[in-house]
Design a protein around this ligand. Structure first.
Ligand code: ADP
Ligand code: MG
Length: 298
């Protein structure tokens, strides 16, 4: 055999890993997976590229990823430049009209396009959307309006996504949506991801964040809860084990599962390729919430 025909141990390893991925690819090909993208995975360049490559790979093997993103740090940077103080209540951003202008410009204009460009650069075919496009998401002002133009999801019409997904495009959706009067609202991206997953009857909802998952003691990374039933997840909110930004995450997992999504996962976006580790391994990573207790890893 000539030297250039030599098959290295790396080659052998790559081929065997690919071959082992076959059952997972077969299981998820043609299925929808909704991913909330945020946290360090959006900020750190190495992690960002790993996420883009994971998403491009999923799309390449026929899985249909749908990306929903927030833009926390970037919004705060622009608010600071404009001398507007960011405020939060129960993990949700208090959004006055001035803040909303910034949220909309940053999320829909800048962060969305950065993600689309990043995905396209690694060979994915991404299309950016906000809640407005094709009437995808309609917002309803949350509570009594004291949080400002902060919305809940009133309704989702995912029909604009079907032709995109069928053609292999990766929809990238920013969590800004108009209410019935066309007034732009800021919606927590976890909440949008959960409702979209339900409307799309997604196989999985995956929330990328900066903790290992749901922790029994939020100061102890080793206290990760690997699997939860719906009722256990509800109990963690009632008991105050889950609070702050983890509350909308846990709630949206519960709502998505109650509406037919098979499994919801809260995973550590600080771990490179955490998405592939979740989809392509039996053990999975992070916290998995399932509709019926005792279900094996989905
Ligand atoms: P993201 O930007 O990904 O939406 P958030 O900051 O909104 O992240 O939410 C995650 C935060 O929730 C964690 O950093 C942590 O401070 C908080 N948190 C509250 N309760 C828990 C818990 N039980 N386990 C893990 N994190 C928790
Ligand atoms: Mg959050």
């Amino acid at each position: 055999m000539s030297p250039d025909r030599h098959i290295s141990s790396e080659d052998t390893l790559r081929v065997s890993v690919l071959s082992e991925a076959l059952p997972y690819i077969q299981r998820f090909a043609g299925r929808r997976i909704v991913i909330k993208y945020g946290g360090a995975a959006m900020v750190r360049e190495d992690l960002r590229d790993a996420v883009f490559r994971d998403l491009a790979l999923l799309a390449c093997v026929g899985v249909q990823p749908v990306v929903v993103h927030g833009g926390g740090p970037e919004i705060n940077q622009w608010l600071e430049k404009l001398a507007i103080e960011p405020r939060f209540q129960d993990g949700l951003r208090v959004t006055c009209p001035d803040t909303m202008d910034v949220v909309e410009m940053v999320l829909v204009g800048r962060v969305n396009k950065q993600i689309v460009n990043g995905l396209n650069r690694v060979g994915g075919r991404a299309v950016g959307l906000s809640g407005s496009d094709g009437g995808l998401v309609q917002a309803r002002t949350m509570g009594d309006g004291t949080l400002g133009v902060v919305g809940d999801v009133a309704r989702v019409d995912p029909s604009v996504l079907s032709p995109l997904l069928a053609s292999g495009y990766i929809p990238v959706i920013s969590s800004v949506a108009p209410n019935a009067d066309g007034l732009a609202h800021n919606i927590n991206a976890d909440t949008v991801a959960g409702e979209l997953a339900a409307a799309l009857q997604a196989e999985k909802l995956i929330l990328l964040t900066d903790t290992p998952g749901i922790l029994r003691d939020r100061n102890a990374p080793t206290s990760l809860i690997r699997q939860l039933s719906l009722s256990e997840a509800r109990q963690l909110i009632t008991d105050g084990v889950v609070e702050g930004g983890m509350t909308p995450k846990t709630e949206c997992c519960i709502r998505a599962l109650a509406q037919g999504v098979k499994a919801a996962h809260i995973i550590d976006g600080r771990v490179a390729h955490s998405l592939l580790l979740e989809v392509f391994t039996n053990a999975g990573i992070g916290t998995m919430v399932v509709g019926s207790p005792g279900l094996l890893h989905a």
